[in-house]
Design a protein around this ligand. Structure first.
Ligand SMILES: Cc1ncc(COP(=O)(O)O)c(C=O)c1O
Length: 359
C-alpha cells in the first residue's frame, strides 16, 4: 500500500527526458526540456517556449557544438585517442570542449584573450584544459587568439583546431539535434523561432531544420544585441553591416557572417534588436515570475520571443533558446555597482530591485 502510494506520487514527476542511462557525458548532451514560460504565454495569448539548454551536462547550448566538432575531427581522421583538440574561445564552447575531451580521452588546449575573467580561466583549468591567455589583439593580427589556436594544432601530430566559428559541424549539431527536438516537442506546431547568434550555429542549424520540416511555414527572426551587425544585415537584405553600440550580453553579437550562418542567412525572415535594458528587465522578471535563472543572452532571446509573440498575435507558438544559466555571470548581473556603471539599475522595476543581492 505504502509502496503504491510512493510510486504514484513519484510517477507524476517522471519526464520524457528521464528515459534511461546515457552513454557517458557525451550521450547526456541534448534532449533538453522545452519549457512553457507561463507568465509571458498568459500575457500574450501565445505559447512562448524556451529550450532549456542550461540543462545540458556542461551547462550550455555549446555542449552540442563541442560534441559535433570533436566527432567531426574524429571522422575526418584528424584525431585519435590521446590526441589534442585546440580551440580559440572565451566562453561556453571551451567548457563544453573541456568536458567532451576528458570524456573521450583527448587533451584540450584553449586560447583566449588575456582580458577574460580569472573565473573563466580557472574553471577551464579545473576541467583539465591547458589555458593559454594571450594578448587581446584584433582578428586581422596574426597573433589573435584564434590564429594562435590554429597554428598550435597545425604544429602537432594527432591534433585538430575545431574552429567553432567557421566549422559547419557546429551548425550540423543543430540540424541533427536542436531542430528535430523542437519539432518533436511541439508536435510540429511551431509558428516562429528566434534566437541570437555568436558563431551562428544555433540559429542557422535550427532554422534550416524547422524551415525544411514545415515547408517554409515557420517564421524565423534573428535576435541581436547592440554592437552586432546581424540586425542591419538582415534588415537591409544583406546590403549593410552597421555596428554601433555595445552590450552586456556575452557569447552573442557578431561582426561578420560566419561560415555557419552563411548557408541559411537567406532563410531568416526578419530581425529584432533588443536593448540591454529590455534584456536585464526580462532576466529579473523570469527569475521572479518563473524561477528561471538565465544568463543575459538567454534573457535577450526570451525578450525577443515576447516581442515576436506580441507582433504575431494570440494563438501562436514561439520557441527560443535558453542558452545558459546566470551562474557564470552572477557577480556582475546581480551587483548594484555593476548595474549602475552600465546605466541599467533603473531599468529594473522597483518590485524586482530586491534581487540585486550583491553590492
Ligand atoms: C551564452 C551563449 N548564448 C548564445 C551563444 C550563441 O550560440 P551560437 O554560437 O550557436 O550562435 C553562445 C555561444 O557561445 C553562448 O555562449
Amino acid at each position: 500500500m505504502l509502496r503504491r502510494r510512493l510510486y504514484s506520487a513519484g510517477a507524476r514527476h517522471v519526464t520524457a527526458a528521464a528515459a534511461g542511462p546515457t552513454n557517458g557525458f557525451v550521450g547526456a548532451i541534448g534532449n533538453t526540456p522545452l519549457v512553457r514560460i507561463n507568465s509571458l504565454s498568459k500575457e500574450t495569448g501565445c505559447e512562448i517556449l524556451g529550450k532549456a539548454e542550461f540543462m545540458n551536462p556542461g551547462g550550455s547550448v555549446k555542449d552540442r557544438a563541442a560534441r559535433f566538432v570533436v566527432e567531426d575531427a574524429e571522422r575526418r581522421g584528424l584525431v585519435r585517442r590521446g590526441g589534442t583538440i585546440v580551440e580559440g574561445t572565451a566562453g561556453n564552447t571551451g567548457i563544453g570542449l573541456a568536458h567532451v575531451c576528458r570524456a573521450k580521452g583527448y587533451r584540450c588546449v584553449i586560447y583566449m584573450p588575456d582580458t577574460q575573467s580569472r573565473e573563466k580561466m580557472d574553471l577551464l583549468r579545473m576541467l583539465g584544459a591547458d589555458v593559454r591567455a594571450v594578448p587581446a589583439v584584433a582578428f586581422d593580427n596574426a597573433d589573435n587568439y584564434n590564429h594562435q589556436a590554429r597554428r598550435h594544432a597545425e604544429a602537432l601530430e594527432n591534433a585538430a583546431w575545431t574552429n567553432q566559428f567557421d566549422n559547419t559541424a557546429n551548425r550540423q549539431a543543430h540540424i541533427e539535434t536542436t531542430g528535430p527536438e523542437i519539432w518533436a516537442q511541439t508536435g510540429g506546431r511551431v509558428d516562429a523561432f528566434t534566437c541570437a547568434t555568436g558563431t551562428g550555429g544555433t540559429l542557422a542549424g535550427t532554422t534550416r531544420f524547422l524551415k525544411e520540416a514545415s515547408d517554409g511555414r515557420v517564421r524565423v527572426v534573428a535576435a541581436d544585441p547592440p554592437g552586432s551587425v546581424i540586425y542591419s544585415y538582415i534588415k537591409s537584405g544583406g546590403k549593410t553591416m552597421e555596428r554601433g553600440g555595445s552590450s552586456i550580453t556575452e557569447g552573442i553579437g557578431q561582426g561578420r557572417i560566419t561560415a555557419n550562418l552563411q548557408p541559411d542567412v537567406h532563410l531568416i525572415d526578419d530581425a529584432l534588436k533588443i536593448p540591454d535594458a529590455d534584456t536585464i528587465r526580462m532576466l529579473y522578471r523570469l527569475l521572479d515570475e518563473e524561477g528561471i535563472y538565465l544568463g543575459a543572452s538567454s534573457a535577450l532571446n526570451v525578450a525577443a520571443a515576447y516581442e515576436l509573440a506580441k507582433t504575431l498575435g494570440p494563438g501562436k507558438t514561439v520557441v527560443t533558446i535558453m542558452a545558459d544559466g546566470a551562474y557564470r555571470y552572477q557577480s556582475r548581473l546581480f551587483s548594484r555597482a555593476w548595474l549602475e556603471a552600465k546605466g541599467l539599475a533603473d531599468a529594473i522595476p522597483a518590485h524586482l530591485q530586491k534581487y540585486i543581492a550583491l553590492a
